[in-house]
Design a binder for this molecule. Structure first.
Ligand code: FAD
Length: 449
C-alpha cells in the first residue's frame, strides 16, 4: 500500500528541486550529518521545514530542551525551501468573509490576530538571529482579474476593515496602476498588511543554523522509516542509518506526510501540488511597459489563483496550481500552462525566457483550518500541519506553539479553530479524484468571471 498520495516523482528526498532558490542560497551551509548509531533525546522532530525547525529552535532556545530534528532530504528540501516567499496573512482555505460565516466574527478575528502575530514572529526571528533572507516590500496585493471580482474584493475590504480589524486598502484600477503595476486583466486591488516577501530557502537554512546555535541537533538525509512506542514510554524511531529514542515526538511533515507511519495521521490531509516558474530578468523597458514600480507580493483573484512577485534581481516569479498526479509528464504540462498564463496576462512580455521551474506540495485539511495539537490517546506526540499554502508565517508560529506547549506543559494560547486533529477525509483513497472535480468546477467559475 502506498505511503503517500502522489507519484514517487514528488518524494525524491535525495534530489533538490532545480529552483531559483536553490541556485541563490548556496552560500548558506547547514551542518547536519545523517543520523547514525543509536541516539537518545527528549524530543525528536520528524520533518525539518519551518514547523519542525521553529519547534526545535524555540525548544532549545527558550526551554533548554534536548531536541533533535530528522529530515529526509536536506534542510529546505520540502515546501519550506521552495515556496513563493510570501510572508502574509492567510493559512485557511476559505475567504475571510466565508471564515466569518463558518466560525463567527469573534473566532475569525482571533484567528486573524494570530496571523498578524505570526508575520511579526518571522520578522522578529529574522532580526534576532540576523537572518539574511532578503526581505522585500510591506504588503500583499490581491488584484481583481474582472470587474465582478473587484466587487468581491470590495466585500472582502468591508469585512476585513469592519469586522476583522485588518489594515486593508482598496485601490481602483487607476490608483493601482499608478502605485504598483498594470496588466491586461487589472480591475483594482485589495492591499493587505502586514506582509512582505522573502527568500524562503535562505530563511529555512538560516533558521536551521539558528536552531543549531541554540543547541538543537539536526540530521539531514535521515528519512524516518519506522516509528513505534514501547511499554517503557520511549518512542523508537528508525532511519536507514541509525535509531533514535525519544520521550516525545513532534510530527511536522505537512504536505509530504508519510501518512501510514502512524495510523492516527492517515487521511487527515489533502496535499496539493503548487508550481512556480521564474523568468529571465526583466529589462527596464519591459517593466515600464506595465508601469511595474512595486516590489510587493501579489496574487490574482481567481478561485484557482496565480501568485507572483518581481524579485530583487528583476526576475519574475509566477506560481499556480500544479498537476494532479505529480507524474513528470504532467509537470512539464504545468510549466507550459503557467508560462502561457503569464504571457496572456502580460502579453508584452512574450519574449521572456523561463529560466527555472519547480513544484512542491501545499497541505489542506477538511476543516479548511490549520491543525495543531497533541494526540488524544498519547500526549507525547505533537503535530502541526495544514496551512493551505500559507506556511511561511503559519508554520513558524505553529512550531513555536508546539515548543511552548511541550516546554511549559501548558496548552498555549491559540485560536480554537486551529486546535486539534483535522477530521478524516471520507473515501480517503479517492481524495485526488474529488480534488480534480473541485478544481474543474473552480476553473469553470473563473472562466465565468
Ligand atoms: C510551490 C509552493 C509555493 C508556496 N508558496 C507559499 C508562499 O508564498 N507563502 C507561504 O506562506 N507559503 C507558501 N507555501 C506553503 C509553505 O511552503 C508551507 O506551508 C510550509 O513550508 C510548510 O512547512 P512545514 O515545515 O510544515 O513543511 P515542509 O517544509 O514541507 O517540511 C516537511 C519536511 O518533512 C520531511 N519529511 C517527510 N517525510 C519524512 C520522513 N519520513 N522522515 C523525515 N522527514 C520527512 C520532508 O522532507 C520535508 O522537508 C508554498 C508551498 C509550495 C509547495
Amino acid at each position: 500500500m502506498k505511503d503517500r498520495l502522489y507519484d514517487d516523482n514528488l518524494y525524491q528526498f535525495h534530489k533538490p528541486q532545480a529552483s531559483y532558490w536553490e541556485a541563490t542560497a548556496d552560500d548558506i551551509k547547514v551542518s547536519a550529518p545523517a543520523l547514525s548509531g543509536d541516539e537518545t533525546c527528549d524530543v525528536a522532530v520528524i520533518g525539518g521545514g519551518y514547523t519542525g525547525l521553529s519547534a526545535a529552535y524555540h525548544l532549545a532556545r527558550n526551554h533548554k530542551v534536548d531536541v533533535r530534528v530528522l529530515e529526509a532530504g536536506h534542510f529546505g528540501w520540502g515546501a519550506s525551501g521552495r515556496n513563493g516567499g510570501f510572508c502574509c496573512i492567510g493559512g485557511v482555505g476559505v475567504h475571510r468573509r466565508d471564515l466569518i460565516r463558518m466560525v463567527g466574527v469573534d473566532r475569525a478575528r482571533q484567528y486573524y490576530q494570530s496571523q498578524i502575530d505570526a508575520v511579526e514572529l518571522v520578522c522578529r526571528i529574522g532580526e534576532e538571529e540576523s537572518l539574511d533572507f532578503r526581505a522585500q516590500g510591506s504588503a500583499e496585493l490581491e488584484v481583481a482579474h474582472t470587474k465582478k471580482a473587484f466587487e468581491r474584493l470590495r466585500e472582502d475590504f468591508d469585512v476585513s476593515s469592519r469586522h476583522l480589524n485588518l489594515p486593508v486598502e482598496l485601490l481602483s484600477a487607476e490608483q493601482f496602476r499608478e502605485r504598483h503595476f498594470d496588466s491586461d486583466e487589472q480591475f483594482g486591488a485589495l492591499v493587505s498588511r502586514p506582509a512582505f516577501g522573502l527568500h524562503p530557502l535562505r530563511y529555512c537554512r538560516g533558521f536551521a543554523n539558528a536552531a543549531l546555535r541554540h543547541g538543537a541537533v539536526l540530521h539531514e538525509r535521515s528519512e524516518v522509516l519506522d516509528w513505534s512506542k514501547g511499554d517503557d514510554g520511549w518512542h523508537r524511531i528508525n532511519t536507514a542509518g541509525g535509531s533514535l529514542r525519544a520521550r516525545k515526538v513532534i510530527f511536522s511533515t505537512n504536505g509530504f506526510m508519510p501518512e501510514r507511519l502512524k495510523p492516527e495521521f492517515y487521511a487527515r490531509t489533502m496535499p496539493i501540488i503548487s508550481a512556480i516558474i521564474v523568468t529571465s530578468p526583466l529589462t527596464e523597458q519591459q517593466k515600464a511597459a506595465y508601469n511595474w514600480v512595486t516590489g510587493e507580493t501579489a496574487a490574482n483573484s481567481r478561485r484557482v489563483l496565480n501568485y507572483f512577485r518581481l524579485l530583487p534581481d528583476n526576475r519574475f516569479l509566477f506560481g499556480g496550481r500544479g498537476h494532479s498526479s505529480g507524474h513528470p509528464d504532467g509537470e512539464q504540462e504545468t510549466y507550459a500552462r503557467l508560462e502561457s498564463m503569464l504571457k496572456s496576462i502580460w502579453p508584452k512580455w512574450a519574449d521572456l525566457a523561463v529560466d527555472y521551474n519547480w513544484h512542491g506540495l501545499i497541505c489542506m485539511t477538511g476543516s479548511m483550518c490549520p491543525s495543531i495539537g497533541q494526540l488524544d490517546g498519547d500526549k507525547s506526540v505533537s503535530f502541526a500541519y495544514g496551512y493551505h499554502g500559507n506556511g511561511v508565517n503559519t508554520a513558524t508560529w505553529a512550531g513555536k506553539k508546539l515548543a511552548d506547549w511541550i516546554g511549559s506543559g501548558q496548552v498555549p494560547d491559540m485560536p480554537d479553530i486551529v486546535q486539534g486533529m483535522a477530521k478524516k477525509f471520507p473515501l480517503a483513497s479517492l481524495r485526488l479524484k474529488y480534488f480534480r472535480l473541485a478544481i474543474g468546477l473552480a476553473s469553470w467559475m473563473d472562466r465565468r468571471g
